[in-house]
Design a protein around this ligand. Structure first.
Ligand SMILES: Nc1ncnc2c1ncn2[C@@H]1O[C@H](COP(=O)(O)OP(=O)(O)OP(=O)(O)O)[C@@H](O)[C@H]1O
Length: 492
């Protein structure tokens, strides 16, 4: 398997090769592939469509920067994902074919899902019809039935981690947070199956027992499934608030409303998945998944022919051309969020470490966690970053905040470096070509809506800018922008 040592040259392989892998580590290099479009950016990877030069086979190549993985404590995530994808095999899961590595990066050759994220389809469609939702949910149910049968709990089930094939079927991806509860086919057992749940996923989909530190069960994925059913029918997740802390409070209080357009079957399914008691959620009882699949919400689903049936029509997806890799800086520096000067000079920019029993934190403790200092560690990088973006400043302007974001527009998702200056001025730049791509017109009517740690929208009188901070700094963006809004309002 991948061995990740502190030595970025990857020469010191300290991991004994105990397990037989279906997807071997091969002596490939990046030169064996033609790079195509960028399929997606994760918090510790980017995924590019590639073609193997000799065989012309197409793959989604997940590229992970070793230094970034070590720095962000993601080594176990990468190992878990590699193990799980290697050992599990089902049409509802993204398949792993091979891995390789070089001095800087680890690479996973994955089955390419051309249809993009389910999240994108949900965003484009708003509310889904019952037929669309029941088809998609049925495909997710089948994939969950399989992984749970193999003793694997996904733990980060959300529309961003569910991908569409070119013909519109769904596949689960991103198993970095998974827990392996019983030995995998190759005999690997991860760790203590009695381990208590900790919050590792995404606030909107986290189960109440995870917030209470109760033992981890498949119920965690079934809760997330309930959130996705709701989101498909409502256009937004059931538990959403201005901050993670407030979202947790809603989850614990099971505070959500189903509008009249929810059919009785949909209402019943959501209620039975979003049960505060994980042992009462559908599929956890003695009948297991048979109980869930027999639910009237799925009355039109032909379970035995699901993968052969025609999926809902999808909105077309437009992807960016991948940059010339030689032009690109290492992900490590590319992904660093920088905040320089002014009020924000003293603010911290590091992501909160995994929060155990986050619900029990008071707001002041929460604020402390999100503002613990790490500036010293990043000071050198901040200087480099400041230099890199300085060319986009106007005379007398100071850079206040900048980070890499995904910018969702009409039919496309683009990577952009978002810049805020003290003028105040908001602009976005092509992060590799270093070309100014646009400005977000500043006005006193501008405001920021935060959906979760990653996603936020800058709303201007003429247009909304849907953004996703790849390192989960959405709340910091809101704070930084609102600080200057306060200032410009008091001046006018
Ligand atoms: N096999 C694939 N085919 C097509 N696109 C993919 C594939 N795997 C990943 N992607 C795209 O790349 C994005 C990032 O991948 P992934 O979620 O695996 O990365 P990560 O670094 O583990 O992210 P996260 O921040 O969610 O932990 C996905 O959200 C998706 O848009």
């Amino acid at each position: 398997m991948f061995s990740i040592s502190a030595d970025p040259a990857g020469n010191k392989d300290q991991t004994p090769r105990k397990f037989a892998f279906r997807a071997p580590q091969l002596p490939y290099t990046v030169n064996d592939f033609v790079f195509g479009k960028l399929l997606g950016v994760g918090s510790y990877s980017k995924v590019v469509r590639v073609k193997k030069k000799d065989t012309e086979e197409e793959f989604a190549l997940k590229i992970m920067d070793k230094r970034h993985i070590i720095k962000e404590n993601k080594v176990s995530h990468v190992k878990t994902e590699r193990l799980v994808l290697d050992q599990l095999c089902h049409p509802g899961l993204v398949r792993l074919f091979f891995t390789f590595q070089d001095a800087q990066s680890l690479y996973m050759g994955l089955e390419c899902c051309h249809g993009g994220e389910l999240f994108y389809q949900m965003m484009k469609k708003g509310r889904l019809s019952i037929d669309e939702a029941s088809f998609y949910i049925a495909e997710i149910v089948e994939a969950l039935e399989y992984i749970h049968g193999e003793g694997v709990i996904h733990r980060d089930l959300k529309p961003e981690n569910i991908l569409l094939t070119s013909d519109g079927h769904l596949k689960l991806a991103d198993f970095g947070s998974a827990k392996i509860m019983k030995p995998l086919p190759n005999g690997f057992i991860q760790n203590d199956p009695e381990e208590k749940t900790t919050f590792v996923g995404t606030a909107e989909y986290v189960s109440p027992e995870a917030l209470n530190g109760r033992p981890l069960t498949i119920g965690a994925d079934l809760w997330a499934l309930g959130c996705i059913v709701y989101q498909m029918l409502e256009g937004k997740p059931p538990f959403r608030a201005a901050s993670e802390y407030l979202t947790f409070q809603k989850v614990m209080a099971r505070d959500f409303v189903m509008q009249p357009h929810f059919t009785p079957e949909a209402r019943d399914l959501v209620n039975h998945l979003l049960d505060l008691d994980p042992e009462r959620r559908l599929a956890t009882g003695s009948m297991g998944y048979a109980a869930l699949k027999a639910h009237p919400f799925f009355s039109r689903v032909k379970w035995s022919q699901l993968r052969e049936s025609t999926p809902p029509k999808t909105a077309p997806l437009v992807l960016e051309e991948t940059e010339d890799e030689s032009e690109e800086e290492s992900l490590d520096s590319d992904w660093e969020l920088t905040q320089i000067g002014g009020k924000f000079a003293s603010m911290t920019i590091d992501r909160v470490p995994t929060v155990k029993s986050a619900y029990s934190l008071g707001e002041s403790e929460e604020a402390q966690l999100t503002t613990s200092t790490s500036r010293k560690k990043n000071s050198l990088l901040e200087e480099c970053q400041a230099e890199k973006w300085r060319r986009f400043l106007r005379m007398g302007e100071e850079l206040i905040a900048t980070s890499l974001v995904k910018k969702y527009g009409g039919l496309s998702v683009k990577r952009r470096q978002l810049l805020l200056t003290n003028k105040p001025r908001l602009s976005y730049v092509h992060p590799v070509k270093l070309v100014l791509k646009g400005e977000i017109p500043w006005s006193n009517e501008l405001y920021v809506q935060v959906e979760n740690d990653y996603k936020f929208t800058i709303c201007t009188p003429k247009r909304n800018y849907n953004l996703e901070d790849v390192k989960g700094k959405a709340h910091l963006w809101k704070e930084a922008i609102e600080h200057f809004l306060g200032e410009s309002k008091s001046l006018s």
